[in-house]
Structures are given as C-alpha cells and as structure tokens.
Design a protein around this ligand. Structure first.
Ligand code: CP
Length: 318
C-alpha cells in the first residue's frame, strides 16, 4: 500500500480487517516495525479520535508521531496553481509539502471540505496536492469527500458484531438531524466501503433532496422511508450530512428522523453505530447512546486498530 485515501487503495478488505483484529488481540506484536521512523499528523481541522488513535497506533509500531495543528500553528496554505499570493495565504503547498516529506516517512492529513464549491471539494485538490508534492506515503485523516480510517473501523466493528448473525447482515445508513451543515465524507466513505465489501444487504435512507453522490452509493438500496429501511436491520449507522445537489445546505431538520428506542423495535435488535462526535438528543437520543444496542464506544476504540493495520501495511512497503 502506497497511500490510504479511499477503499481503492486496499487490495483485500477482509485481510486488512483481520490484520486490525490481530493488532487488537496483540497490540505490540510489531513493536519494532516502525523503529527510527517518523509519522507526521497534519490537522487543518479539529479532531479527538482520529488524532489520538493514530498517535497510539503509530506508537504501538515503534514510530515517533508528531502532530502539527496547521490551522492554528502553521502558515495559511495556498493550494491554487499559479495563485498570485497577495491575499491571506502565506505559503504554497508546493513549497511546504516537500519540506514536510523530508521530515517524515509517512504524512497523515485532515482537510475538511469548504462546503461552498462542490466541484472544488469533490476534486480533492488539497490532499491530491500533498500527495503530488510531499514525496512520501499519505494517509487521509478525513478529506473533502471521504473518511477511510473511519470506514475501515466501521467494517471492523460490523465484523466483530456479525458473528452472532447467521444470515447476510442488513446494514442501514440513516440520515439524522443536525444544527449545522456537515460534510458528506463519512456517509460517502461508509457507502463506498460497504459497497466494495459486498458482504451485506445495504440500505440508505434519507429525506428527499439529501441524495449522496452516486459515485459512492451505487449498489445500495435507497429509500426516503426510514421505517421501511429499519425493518429487520442488523446494523444502523446514524449520520447527518448536508445536501449534495444544492451543495452544503440544510433543507430540513425534522426531529422525527432521530433514532429512538421505539424506532429500534423495528430492527433485528440492531447495533447502532455513529462515528462521533454526536450531538445528543439532536442526532441521536440519550436512550440509544446509553443503551445496550449502542456500539459507538467499541467503534471509536477500534480506530486504533484500523490505523495500526494501515500504517503497518505502508511501513512494509517503504
Ligand atoms: N470520528 C472522527 O473522525 O472523530 P474525530 O473528528 O474526533 O477525529
């Protein structure tokens, strides 16, 4: 594996999941694999889980992990080719990325979308520019359209919980209300990975006008009826996203879309997933988050093993 940007960088999803689960069982089995190697974690946006789990994972492999909060501590970066930099940006990615590549063996980058211009965001300009100019492998810590470490974690968590299920599991991705327009990254990425995995009956449910890009959802059943989607579900993944077509908007925030214990009765005692952070009693109810069906803590703790499996694959390719 050279870079980890999307599911297309993975040859065998199940093999990567098993590697992650092997690290979960024995975290220090490759404690010297990354000896004398350094990983840089660049954050252009906030994070709790991604930042800490990737640091822990790198440390388990013997690497030194250095975090740089570019948004707060770095120079404002320019990404436009041929830009006349007379505005607020101070340093072009063409100049910064090769320097960062000389300091680190692997670079990890979090760069959220602007939600202002769909074509710009969906071109993945920022992460592609880092890949082009840094000269070392790049791991996405969430880009403008995808969150691959989260999606790998999600499949690890489904794999762990599907052991008790005899049939092909039904996985439902449901839109939930939120107070702010959020990126489509987690929903896009989950759809892309679940479709590529191909081991589930995958249903996406959302209000009208909240369609995601077909580039990620093709293969899933899509319905505007949450009740219909929830019937006999084994896993319910809850996530808000803003509109894709009329880009980055909130059209409706109907609280009836928030998952409750009453709605969960329609499912096959489903495990409820969410990438976190979550706005309680807006996106997901207290009763679900504090109840026995919630898998969110297991899911977030699995972020370490997903990151460790990916870093280990890249280290072996250096
Ligand atoms: N799920 C996730 O990426 O969490 P953070 O934004 O806290 O890293």
């Amino acid at each position: 594996m050279r870079n980890f940007i999307s599911v297309h960088d993975v040859n065998d999803i199940n093999a990567l999941v098993q590697k992650a689960l092997s690290y979960k069982a024995n975290p220090f089995q490759d404690r010297n694999l990354g000896a004398d190697k350094r990983i840089g974690l660049l954050f252009l946006n906030p994070s709790l889980r991604t930042r800490l789990s990737t640091q822990v994972a790198a440390r388990n492999l013997g690497m030194e992990a250095i975090v740089f909060n570019v948004d707060k501590e770095g120079w404002a970066l320019e990404f436009e080719e041929g830009a006349i930099m007379s505005g607020n940006t101070v340093e072009h990615v063409k100049d910064a990325a090769p320097i960062l590549g000389s300091y680190f063996d692997i670079l990890c980058i979090r760069t959220f979308p602007s939600l202002k211009n769909r074509d710009d965001d969906y071109s993945e300009l920022y992460i592609k520019q880092f890949i082009q100019y840094c000269g070392v492998p790049v791991i996405s810590l969430e880009s403008a359209t995808l969150h691959p470490l989260q999606s790998l974690t999600d499949i690890i968590t489904i794999t762990e919980n599907r052991k008790a299920i005899q049939h092909k599991p039904k996985v439902v991705l449901t839109w939930a209300p939120h107070v702010k327009p959020l990126p489509q990254c987690v929903a896009n990425s989950f759809s892309q990975w679940i479709n590529a995995w191909g081991e589930t009956d995958f249903v996406i449910t959302h209000p009208e006008d909240y369609e995601l890009s077909e580039a990620f959802t093709k293969g899933a059943t899509i319905t505007h009826s949450q009740d219909e989607a929830l019937k006999n579900a084994d896993f319910v993944y809850v996530k808000n996203w803003s509109t894709f077509k009329d880009y980055g908007k909130i059209y409706e925030n109907d609280p009836a879309w928030m998952l409750t214990d009453e709605k969960l009765k329609q499912t096959n005692n489903a495990k409820v997933m969410h990438c976190l952070p979550v706005r309680r009693n807006v996106e997901l109810s207290d009763e679900i988050l504090d109840g026995s069906n919630s898998a969110v803590t297991q899911q977030a703790s699995n972020r370490v093993w997903a990151a460790q499996a990916v870093i280990s694959e890249i280290l072996r390719s250096l």
